[in-house]
Design a protein around this ligand. Structure first.
Ligand code: GLU
Length: 332
């Protein structure tokens, strides 16, 4: 048994000499989350995404942190009841749906899993590669992922997506109408990306249908606890830690985490691996979901973003918590 597979109920933090040490208690996790919140709540850097007009209207001061452990314990600090659009954090869970339906290899062969080193909505990355969308977490790859869902029409495609997200979250979720309307009225670039992929045989349904359903998935509202349960399901080997329902075969989880590690922060992924060392996915709504495999998910939410489109307060908070707990996947 690998040391990191020692279950959380018994041990969590493992000393470098190979001796197991006690898992952090709920009280300890609460304390570290509170410290992270206090440290970064007044940090006044970055700005809300505004290329989707409705995102610019979300109050910039909102800041929440939630941790969900594999035991199903929930730790919350700050604005954890605020509901925001899941945006690109959704891409992880649509990929899981396609892996479930068509096998993990389908994503590798039809989309690929390589970082682009380019912005999330890059067209150049598609043109410079072999025509495939590069990875499921850039917009091109996420729209291609939606197109891979086995469905006869947009409605069935959408229903499969929302059913998957609700299973991962263990609760009912709905689309935020203002965000959806705003994004659907302005998503010309994504429609262009879908057509480029379709033209080269790398998009697998009608391009406008794929873009519309993708836009809807990005507009799903979550609070920080719900997103943490979604991430917690990956931390817990594919089983929702609260409802105990299996959402993904255990053997696919490492592949999902690999894609998160390589591509979760777009062209900021290398720096994130360096600082926090956790598989994670960001969204331009301000959410970031990070996974400590076998132990917990850590989620931060705050709207102001850095130049790569990643929430500044959320990433600083998760980095801090990861370092305090010593849970980087690159540490032994
Ligand atoms: N819906 C956003 C878009 O397509 C998602 C981008 C993100 O969250 O990174 O532009």
């Amino acid at each position: 048994m690998k040391l990191r597979q020692v279950p959380l109920q018994c041990v969590s933090l493992v000393a470098s000499i190979g001796m197991a040490v006690a898992a952090p208690s709920v009280e300890q996790l609460q304390k570290v989350a509170e410290a992270a919140h206090a440290k970064f709540k007044d940090l006044d850097e970055g700005k809300n995404a505004d290329y989707i007009p409705a995102l610019a209207e979300v109050p910039s001061e909102l800041f929440g942190i939630a941790i969900v452990t594999n035991n199903g314990d929930v730790i919350k600090v700050g604005d954890t009841d605020a509901v925001y659009s899941i945006q690109s954090c959704s891409k992880v869970f649509t990929m899981c749906l396609v892996m479930n339906e068509s096998g993990a290899n389908s994503v590798l062969t039809k989309i690929n899993v390589e970082p682009t080193g380019e912005a999330f909505n890059s067209v150049r990355a598609i043109e410079e590669g072999d025509g495939r969308a590069d990875n499921p977490f850039v917009n091109a790859g996420a729209i291609a992922t939606v197109s891979m869902i086995k469905a006869k029409d947009a409605e069935e495609r959408w229903q499969k997506i929302i059913d998957t997200y609700e299973a991962f979250a263990g609760s009912k979720l709905t689309v935020l109408p203002d965000i959806y309307k705003s994004e659907a009225e302005t998503n010309f670039r994504n429609r262009g990306i879908a057509h480029i992929l379709y033209n080269s045989g790398n998009l697998f349904c009608d391009p406008l249908e794929a873009t519309e359903v993708y836009t809807k998935q990005c507009s799903v509202g979550v609070n920080t606890e719900q997103l943490a349960v979604m991430g917690g399901t990956l931390a817990n080997g594919g089983v929702n830690p609260v409802t105990k329902k299996r959402c993904l075969p255990e053997e696919m989880v490492p592949q999902v985490l690999a894609v998160m590690t390589m591509n979760g922060f777009y062209d900021g992924s290398g720096q994130w691996a360096w600082k926090a060392g956790l598989p994670a996915k960001t969204g331009v709504g301000g959410g970031i979901v990070a996974v400590v495999p076998g132990e917990m998910a850590i989620v931060g939410f705050s709207p102001p973003l850095d130049e790569y489109g990643n929430s500044i307060r959320a990433q600083k908070a998760i980095e801090y918590i990861s370092q305090e707990l010593g849970v980087s996947i690159f540490e032994d």
